[in-house]
Design a protein. Structure first.
Length: 317
């Protein structure tokens, strides 16, 4: 996992890409506390390891998950599946789950389709959870605030897996599906880590597969004072949609912008066919400036950060 440092950032469309009536406006400053985020989208292999154990220990999922291959993003999962999988990963590693069936936090969320509210979450738990929308956008920018993409203001097929040629001046490619991954067999996703990482060491924050976030979606949310609160968790409830971020292999360059807000139903209504997710964790102990990477290889002894089996980068050894 990569360490995302605490601090404020400007959230929303700073370049006028989204028009005047945009859900990406107004631009507002949000302070986000430090957290860890998976460097890569969840792979099919790693999904399966946790999924199989969870199914034998009281969990129930809407979908079993699938993907292009072992090292490709898992797909065909809905929002409920993503949240329950986070809990299952936490329990597998002996960590405290984040999601519960109600605000008392007495029963871990393991089955069914429950529309969890912000107070159903133990935000201080050391287990895994989905990123909030604010956490996701801060992480996607990689410290490069005020830009369209994690690397700058233009995009090409050498930088991300997306559908090029949508008529956007910042799109430097014009071939449609990325020809490197268009093998005629959908989905045209790419193996994780194919493209360069952003400034925080995160891969595929633009394109490849869309990513579920925690938040309920509300089009006018950025105009609400709560949107600028420290560590905002999004609306308590709005229309029955959850936030999605990051674009997709079959979506154009506009969707790949770091500020773009996508959304979809959390339940299985052709839901999540091309979408995946990555986990975050709240730090317990911090070393200032440390970036930590814990490989999640799907091995039974791999605690993914719950022990000393990881590698430390750019920090103390």
């Amino acid at each position: 996992m990569a360490f995302i440092p605490a601090g404020p950032f400007s959230m929303g469309d700073s370049l006028g890409d989204s028009g005047t009536n945009s859900d990406e406006l107004p631009l507002h400053t949000v302070y986000v506390s430090a957290f860890y985020m998976d460097q890569n989208l969840l792979t099919t292999t790693n999904w399966d390891v946790v999924y199989q154990r969870a199914m034998a220990n009281g969990y129930n999922f809407d979908y079993s998950g699938s993907g292009k291959g072992a090292n490709y993003p898992v797909q065909r999962i809905d929002w409920y599946d993503a949240v329950k999988w986070c809990n299952a990963r936490s329990e597998r590693e002996g960590l405290t789950p984040c999601y519960y069936t109600d605000a008392t936090h007495n029963t871990v969320y393991r089955s069914g389709q429950i529309d969890l509210g912000n107070d159903f979450v133990n935000w201080s738990a050391n287990g895994y959870r989905l990123p909030t929308e604010a956490e996701w956008e801060k992480a996607a920018l990689g410290g490069l605030n005020g830009h369209r993409f994690p690397w700058g203001d233009t995009i090409s097929e050498t930088q991300a897996n997306y559908y090029s040629g949508g008529g956007y001046q910042y799109d430097l490619s014009n071939t449609g599906y990325n020809p490197t991954f268009n093998d005629g067999v959908s989905p045209y996703t790419s193996p994780i880590g194919t493209f360069a990482a952003n400034g925080y060491g995160l891969y595929d924050m633009s394109g490849n597969s869309g990513e579920w976030c925690w938040d309920w979606y509300e089009g006018g949310w950025y105009g609400d004072a709560q949107a600028s609160q420290n560590d905002t968790h999004g609306p308590d409830k709005s229309v029955n949609l959850r936030v999605m971020r990051g674009g997709d292999w079959d979506l154009n360059a506009n969707y790949a912008r770091s500020a773009f807000r996508n959304n979809y139903y959390p339940y299985p209504l052709n839901s999540g066919w091309d979408w995946s997710f990555r986990c975050v964790r709240t730090p317990v102990n911090l070393n200032d400036g440390l970036i930590a990477y814990y490989p999640f290889n799907g091995n039974v002894d791999d605690a993914s950060g719950n022990g000393n089996n990881g590698n430390l980068c750019n920090g103390p050894t």
